[in-house]
Design a protein around this ligand. Sequence first.
Ligand code: 13P
Ligand code: SF4
Length: 307
Amino acid sequence: WQLHAPLIAAINRLKKEKNAVVLAHNYMTPEIFHGVGDYVGDSLGLAREAAKSEAAIIIQGGVHFMAETSKILAPEKTVLIPDLRAGCSLASGITGADVRLIKQRYPGVPVVTYVNTTADVKAETDICCTSANAVQVVEWAAKQWGTDRVILIPDQFLAKNVARQTDIKIIAWAGACEVHERFNASDIADVRAAHPGAVVLAHPECPPDVIAASDFTGSTTAMADYVTKNQPKQVVLITECSMADNVTADAPGVEFLRPCNLCPHMKRITLQGIYDSLVKHQYEVTVDPELIPRAAQAVQRMIDMPP
Ligand code: 13P
Ligand code: SF4
């Protein structure tokens, strides 16, 4: 990524001039992640940072729902995304109207939604969660509402994976991540046959048979931390490909094996796009002001939960 040094230097200069920060998700390419990211991390970390950032402009190195989350938490700031097409199959698979229908069907049952959702879905939500805290949030919601059931939407696989770890009954939805749903247990069997000592880490958006065949499950940051802390000889990250490219800098002795899948939405964000975004102030992400207070309450409740 050092090949991109002139563009990286230009972006870092512009950020200072304009009081802007780049919040870069773990799936950004290394030249973004290492070169221009002021804060790098998982969805939970990026949301926390948006809430406390003192910059005037947030450039979201990530997908649209992440930029909306930043705007919800920091409505007075300008939030820019370098490419408006950077979506997410989970976020596009459910609407606020869908959530209202679910609530009619299960009155009194708390609604937990994954942050990978649009602002209108968050506005219908009691508390958000991410892959880093889903079990904890579900148990908190059940206790607060005094129920033994919780609605956890829209990712059917995250819901199944949470259900395995709690006694709370989970009411799910049929959404899926188009990147993680493509992995299957035979991918892991193949890698274990070829590399018997390899450690297998999987993101909780993967189907349950993949999780069952893995050694560790966690958010993107939890997976990165596992590798840097344990420094296994060989590892496979069952998630987006840029993860391995980024973590390798902190784990030079670790061999990263395949498979991995690319997220076409995350890959819409490029260094050139970030530069253009800073120069032209594009593309501004706005959220209907009527939705912001309710959506902010759902995200803030999650952020305020003890770590
Ligand atoms: P994390 O919150 O684990 O970073 O996941 C976000 C995401 O989009 C994974 O596909
Ligand atoms: Fe959405 Fe999946 Fe891409 Fe994450 S990897 S942004 S969940 S489509």
